[in-house]
Every structure is written in structure tokens, then in C-alpha cells.
Design a protein. Sequence first.
Length: 249
Amino acid sequence: MTVFKKARSDGQGFKRKPWSQAVLLALCVATVSIAHVQAGQAVKTLKDKHAPGILLEDTKDVLPQGVELRKVYRLGIELTKKWEGWVPKRYNDAVGYCTVGYGHLLKKKNCDGTGNEVEFLKGISKKRGEELLIEDMSKAQITVQLAVPKDIDDGAYAALVDFTFNVGGNNFKTSTLLAVVKKKQFDRVPEQLLRWTRAAGVELVGLKNRRKDEIKVFFDGKPVPKPAPIPGEDLSPLNIDVVAEKTAN
């Protein structure tokens, strides 16, 4: 009888073991799947947020070998931080792009908790957010550095970097704004910056105020000029929407 019970017990144990492993495996898969779904569903869509234009472009400028990247001074970094705004958790912007921190673009589609989002599933610190912003801003810095006179002052450089970060490199490089900067007609800069206040054809107060802040930084410590109008000069409003190619404005 004892031998029979032991054999029965062993037999039951033999039958239970693979069943238990299968259940555990299924539970693990279910847990991972639920976590994955929750990671995607918990993300909000912020209709007033748009990824920086410079990050939406497929191509980027490159400094020549041996040329050092010109840094943006603190006032310029604070300007960009202010207008990108701080969001400590992942969100989908107005067009559904997964973003975090100071406008740091994670992917050109909805957040789903995978890939480079993993680092940010529990949010992001302001220190890490600023690190990513400075890294992202370098793309705009290179574009501006390559395009403008080398001797423009720190305020002008910082303002143009913020502008380029916002509207994208193509828009900056084909703009009348850059044309007047190259000619050092700085008195015409304010009116050219104030043209770029629309998105999708709609004038936005936020963009207008951002341009005004850029003007202040451009002329940091100096009076903002108010030049007389130039007959026939095109001052029509422009969209900041990023496109592949544009004609000069």
C-alpha cells in the first residue's frame, strides 16, 4: 500500500509539473502584455504641443571637421526651455508623435511603451530633460553656425537657434530673415521674425509671443530698432510648418 501511494504521488507530481510551468509562462506573458498595453494607454494627447521643427526633418547639417560647435549661452537655453515647455511624462503631441520633457521627440507615431520610450516609462527628471534638450538644440546650432556671419553676438546667435529649433532648418535657410542677417541689416530682423507666427495657416498667439522673446534676446541689452518701412517689402505672415523644400521668402 505504501509503495502504491508513493508511486501514485510520483505519478501525480510528474503530471502536474509541465502543467504548472505552462500556467506560469502564460501568467508571465499576460503580465507583460498588460503592462505593454497600459504603457501605451496611459499616455495623454496634448493638442497644444508640437514637436520642434528641427527634429521633424530627415536631414541635418554637419560641421566641417575640426570646427567646434558654438555654444548657446544660458539666456538662450532658458528661452527655448520656456517655449518648449516642460512635460515630465511621455505624451502624444497634436499630430500623434510621442514626445517627452522639453519637446524631445521619441518617435513619429503614438507612444506605445517600446523602443527608446523604455527609459521614460516612469517619467523624466528635469536634469535629464535639459541634457536631451541641449543635445537636440545642437542640430539647430549647427544650421545657424554654418549660415550666419561668425561675428554675430551671443544674443543674436541664441535667438536664431531658438527660431531654427522651432521652425526647422529648411525654413530658416530659405528665409528673408537669414538674408537680412547675412547682410547685417539687423534693424530688419524684428519684422522678419514676426512674420513666422502661423501654423497650418492659423495665427497663434504663442508663436507671436515666442518671436517677441526671440527679438528681445537677439538685441540683448540693446534697444530694439524700429526701422522705416521699405516700399514693396514682403512682410506677409508665414507658416512654421516643416516641409522638405521651399523657395526663398
